[in-house]
Design a binder for this molecule. Structure first.
Ligand code: DC
Length: 224
């Protein structure tokens, strides 16, 4: 591949998106949040009142869906559902479960695969997700698998939600995190797992600054 691609995979709440965004900024690469793409599909399925676990029901909806991704002047990746900016709406906690459910369906993964690959074909990218190093970009220049203990990830997500005015309890958030881990790791297609050649980084005991430094160190070592 003529361009550099950095694949950052791991469960929700490991700090992937913040770390990926910062890393991309530091290196001057495009940051692609692939979870947002699955969330957009999840939102579409919810709007249509369909069962997100039903492959026939979800497949039937895909032909009426156009997913757009654009990094705007503010540097934020905006998501478009049939032309409508849904960047804020896809962050609702309910959409997390829809995204997780639809992401287990082969038809959805096939629908989104080429779109993700295309993004890495023409520029340097930092791409975060669950299967970037294993499926989307198996030839990625650098692969990092970010993890943290479920309790640590739930606490981070809970603080994030609180800051946005959400009143879910920590216990609820932890239960959601564990349910999503279970769903993402045990699905038959593209399950969440580190690529054989991924470097693992556990951020349980690291704050954001320390995690960022550790990540940059791993990346620089591989790029030299
Ligand atoms: O990273 P996130 O929480 O925004 O992702 C939402 C869901 O999408 C998550 O439960 C798993 C799924 N996902 C996926 O299956 N593959 C990806 N590359 C990214 C996300």
């Amino acid at each position: 591949m003529p361009f550099v691609s950095i694949a950052l995979d791991g469960p929700s709440g490991a700090g992937k998106s913040t770390l990926a965004r910062r890393l991309a900024e530091e290196l001057g690469y495009l940051y692609v949040d692939t979870g947002a793409i699955y969330r957009t599909v999840g939102l579409w399925v919810r709007r249509n009142g369909a069962d997100p676990k039903s492959e026939p029901a979800v497949s039937a909806l895909l032909s009426g869906l156009q997913v757009g991704l654009r990094v705007e002047a503010d540097g934020v990746q905006h998501m478009y559902l049939n032309g409508e900016d849904v960047t804020g709406q896809i962050r609702e906690p309910e959409i997390s479960m829809y995204a997780s459910a639809v992401s287990a369906l082969p038809a959805v993964r096939a629908f989104l695969l080429e779109m993700q690959r295309e993004l890495a074909r023409t520029r340097n990218v930092v791409m975060d997700g669950r299967d970037i190093g294993t499926v989307v970009l198996p030839e990625a220049t650098v692969k990092v698998f970010l993890t943290a203990a479920p309790e640590v990830r739930a606490r981070r997500r809970w603080l994030e939600l609180q800051a946005r005015g959400n009143t879910d309890s920590y216990e609820q958030v932890l239960a959601d995190v564990m349910r999503r881990d279970e769903q993402d790791m045990n699905r038959a297609i593209a399950p969440l797992r580190p690529a054989a050649d991924a470097v693992r980084l556990d951020t349980s005991k690291l704050d954001l600054e320390e995690s960022g430094k550790a990540l940059l160190r791993i990346v620089k070592e591989k790029l030299i």
